[in-house]
Design a protein around this ligand. Structure first.
Ligand code: PGA
Length: 243
């Protein structure tokens, strides 16, 4: 059986400078050199800095690059947007789509599907974010919310995308679900999309909790926001993930 990949996705959101992106890419690449090849690390800096990150890395780098969103269309009159082909052109292999911060700004399930489809068509791996709000969690509706967010994704080819389960209330809050809750959500996602689907967890992941989360059943990796912003933070997460 093929050893399964563990994904570490570093989402910088709207943070950093060109110089910080270059230094970070080089330092994280160094940290990955000794890591097992089953560890796949994707760095998602702000779009304007993707080229800088790409030029700071050797073409054979272990550290891969990802966008933070892409548009459903391949080109056209969409001011401020970025196409999946453009991300591919500057060296990306993946792109986050449907992050809750974008859903909060109006992105619907249908739009998320369109963006994911565009990513697949351009040869990128979409990392599709889903997750319930605090009110939905407290009402015990997590499984129903996930099923409804995932329904339309079944049309995408198996293996062409990754799901990131990110409870909205866990993002940037320092709170995480219990491992049992993470396992239950991952099981729900695999029931809807198939047991082979790679499912990551995201929301207040750090060097202290990443090992326990990665050891949870059905978890194929993590999406990290704030704890990925510093070089030392990411180095410690890589060390913990390898341990
Ligand atoms: P956080 O962000 O790690 O800061 O909670 C995660 C995310 O938004 O994907």
């Amino acid at each position: 059986m093929k050893p399964h990949t563990t994904w570490l996705i570093a989402n910088w959101k709207m943070n950093g400078t060109a110089a910080e992106v270059r230094d970070y890419a080089q330092a994280v690449e160094q940290a990955l050199v000794a890591a097992p090849h089953t560890l796949a690390c994707v760095y998602c800096p702000p779009t304007p800095y993707l080229s800088q990150a790409a030029s700071a890395l050797p073409t054979t780098a272990r550290l891969k690059l990802g966008g933070q969103t892409c548009h459903a269309a391949s080109k056209g009159a969409f001011t401020g947007e970025v196409s999946a082909a453009m991300l591919k052109d500057v060296g990306c292999t993946a792109v986050i789509v449907g992050h809750s911060e974008r859903r909060a700004a109006g992105e619907t399930d249908a739009a998320v599907l369109g963006n994911a489809r565009a990513a697949v068509d351009a040869g990128l791996m979409p990392i599709i974010c889903v997750g319930e709000s605090l009110a939905e969690y407290e009402a015990g509706n997590t499984a129903a919310v996930l099923a409804s967010q995932l329904r339309s994704l079944a049309e995408l080819a198996n293996g062409s995308y990754i799901i990131a389960y990110e409870p909205v209330w866990a993002i940037g809050s320092g709170k995480t679900p219990t491992c049992g809750e993470i396992e239950a959500a991952h099981a729900t996602i695999k029931t809807v999309l198939g047991s082979q689907t790679s499912v990551l967890y995201g929301g207040s992941v750090n060097a202290g909790n990443v090992r326990e989360i990665l050891d949870s059943s059905g978890v194929s990796g993590v999406l990290i926001g704030s704890a990925s912003l510093s070089i030392s933070g990411m180095q410690n997460i890589i060390i913990a993930a390898c341990g």
